[in-house]
Design a protein around this ligand. Structure first.
Ligand SMILES: [Zn+2]
Ligand SMILES: [Zn+2]
Ligand SMILES: [Zn+2]
Ligand SMILES: [Zn+2]
Ligand SMILES: [Zn+2]
Ligand SMILES: [Zn+2]
Length: 154
């Protein structure tokens, strides 16, 4: 390491030894170290920064640092909102089961086979589409019957 430089304790920069004292005075006026996370920060920003270290209590009852809160709310919180598979509304996770049971028991018509299903079944049912006339059947037996009935002579 170059002998003419020293590391400033306050900001961690390499400072020309000649300027060290002057830098140190100026540096101490402007920068300081956060005593919690040890980052170097401008004194004027310290107040805002300390806010991040303050603990908050989330609506789920968990205590955490403020800066972790938004991350927690979108990823871990049991009260976070998640998309319902059936209506694509955001629902709090804690209510999701209840919501899905209600929401998923609504019925809708399948665009392919024109049969009405409870949404939970609509999501998972398989339409068998006739390659000859593109009629669809949600039931393999009906599909085979259709093939046999209409297209067996081909
Ligand atoms: Zn410095
Ligand atoms: Zn800090
Ligand atoms: Zn939470
Ligand atoms: Zn829903
Ligand atoms: Zn269908
Ligand atoms: Zn057909």
């Amino acid at each position: 390491m170059d002998e003419s430089f020293s590391i400033c304790d306050n900001c961690g920069e390499e400072i020309l030894k000649l300027n060290f004292i002057i830098h140190n005075i100026a540096c101490n006026k402007i920068f300081c170290k956060c005593c919690i996370c040890s980052i170097i920060i401008k004194k004027e920003d310290l107040y805002m920064h300390m806010q991040d270290h303050q603990s908050v209590i989330c609506s789920c009852g968990m205590k955490m640092q403020k800066k972790e809160h938004s991350n927690h709310q979108s990823n871990d919180c049991v009260n976070r909102n998640v998309l319902c598979d059936y209506c694509e509304l955001e629902v709090p996770l804690s209510n999701l089961d209840e919501h899905v049971i209600e929401c998923g028991s609504r019925t809708d018509v399948c665009e392919k086979c024109n049969n009405r299903f409870v949404l939970m079944d609509l999501k998972i049912h398989i339409c068998y589409e006739c390659p000859m006339c593109s009629k669809s059947y949600p039931n393999l037996d009906h599909y085979q019957l259709h093939i046999y009935d209409k297209h067996s002579d081909i």
